[in-house]
Design a protein around this ligand. Sequence first.
Ligand SMILES: [Zn+2]
Length: 174
Amino acid sequence: MSKIFFYTPANDIAKRCLMETGKVLVKEGDTATISCPICLKAKKISVARYREQNKRELRIKCSCGNIFCLCLEYRKHPRKPVKLLGKCINLSKHRERQDIIIKNISLGGIGFYPFRKHRTQKEDRLEVSFLLNDRNNTPIDADAIVRAAGTDYICCEFNASETFTASLGFYLLS
Ligand SMILES: [Zn+2]
């Protein structure tokens, strides 16, 4: 399972890729999820070293034999500092519930303070819900994955399938 993909920066232009170049968004923590357009295998990779070298094009060989190119997009999600009350259910810890104070929010996720002692760990799946303090008090209910968990601060990333982008995007700009 570990060696699905081999990847190298595609700076060798002579080696044309068989597939059209797709785009993949680099998430916080410099990770990107790449998937083979033929067999649909997916893998999360660290792209920190490519970011350091300012490389954007990757040439990827999948275990199915397909070779394709990807363009890394380093779009950064601006974080807005906030102070919002919310609730969190930890689906990975028998639905452990807790009240939280959301400290910052971006299109990619939130950082929050838990009210009480918790057992939340990295990679746990959370269900977070809160109201934005915008004109409509837009409710946000999101599935998220914990990226970092300390005693006093937890940082999580929204599930990519979440579609509250419009209301939240507007809020982040205000
Ligand atoms: Zn493949």
